[in-house]
Design a protein around this ligand. Sequence first.
Ligand SMILES: Cc1cc2nc3c(=O)[nH]c(=O)nc-3n(C[C@H](O)[C@H](O)[C@H](O)COP(=O)(O)OP(=O)(O)OC[C@H]3O[C@@H](n4cnc5c(N)ncnc54)[C@H](O)[C@@H]3O)c2cc1C
Length: 387
Amino acid sequence: METAATQNGVVILGSGLGGYTLARELRKLDANVAITIVTADGGESYSKPMLSAAFAQGKDPTTLVQKSAGQMAADLSATILVRHRVAAIRRDAKAVVLRRPDGGEVELGYGRLVLAIGADPRAYTVEGSEAARIRTVNDLDDYADWRAALGAGGRVLLVGAGLIGSEFANDLVGAGYGITVVDPAPWPLGRLLPQALGEEMARALGAAGVTFHLGRSVARFSAGRAVLDDGTELAFDLALSAIGLVPRIRLAAEAGLKVERGIVVDRTLRTSDPAIFAIGDCAETPAGPLPFVLPLMAEAKTLAATLAGTETELKLPALPVVVKTPALPMAVCPPPPGAAGEWVVEGEGRDRKALFVSPGGKALGFALSGTRVNERQSLAKEMPDLL
Ligand SMILES: Cc1cc2nc3c(=O)[nH]c(=O)nc-3n(C[C@H](O)[C@H](O)[C@H](O)COP(=O)(O)OP(=O)(O)OC[C@H]3O[C@@H](n4cnc5c(N)ncnc54)[C@H](O)[C@@H]3O)c2cc1C
């Protein structure tokens, strides 16, 4: 059995923005603590949000890489085990069971363990979906496969017009692909935007060349064809699904940790085991799952302080998300899930401000489009804290 370098050593599972930001913050506070990062992927440091804006930025899967795993290990004075998949957490032995690239298994001991293992794309399963090879893009490896399959041109069917689907639609249409988007919601970003801004987004992406089938679902697939629930047939060369993410909870659940929608953590990012923590897309904080970069950075900073010896609680102001759709810039700061209220929209055409206002008259969230996106930082200060 391999053991972490010191009894107090920190083992981080995952080398995404969560895992690497935590390692960086922890190393700033503690030059000596042993940090081991275990990752199922190649351990490259990259910005995941760039995946849905790569064409616009002139990037490909190679140039998206900021640093190799080797460079990261040197920068962080950390051990990084790439292409090692964690198969189990043995809390009794304070060890994780790793599957090595050669298929063998090895155990790695930990003092403190951090789960930063992200989320899985939700699968779109209807008749024929498996044979149709609907792709998803949620990491650099997926993106490399996707770009290799895309080739020089062709028709792409995008299932899902949420934040990530809309970004991919804009990026791909800008690169010359024929894009058709299907979503059961009546307008893009249906869960984040009021009707007026959603319709403006549909108009802007439509003007850029995207064809929408809104209020519709794919009922079944057959070779290169999708049949919608109203009988419409769409031909495509490649299909990409972006219908949401599901936090990776299996490892935690099998180890007996408390899980609900994500791996449940308290304000110190601790799971139900005091030696195990979770951050990023896999975690469910007291404010719910927060699968975005800004909350993840705050979580990493907070947890680094705790791991370095100063017990610290997570505090989160309202954090707006910028939607990377150059056809119509947009920023959203959704109200708390289930909050009562209604949208009040001001402005005309592309430049609008929408406030989600409670029955008592308090603004709980907002959406901004066009030039009004510039107001997001000042407006966020007026919103209630997330935590
Ligand atoms: C296309 C796209 C665009 C986005 N755009 C934005 C945006 O504009 N703004 C924003 O705020 N957010 C955006 N997001 C969300 C944001 O990127 C994520 O919230 C964030 O990157 C999640 O980081 P993470 O470290 O929690 O998870 P991940 O980056 O998914 O990392 C998970 C890590 O865990 C490893 N792992 C998983 N299981 C195992 C295992 N069993 N054993 C070992 N290792 C394992 C993986 O290999 C990986 O290294 C976007 C997401 C996508 C997909």
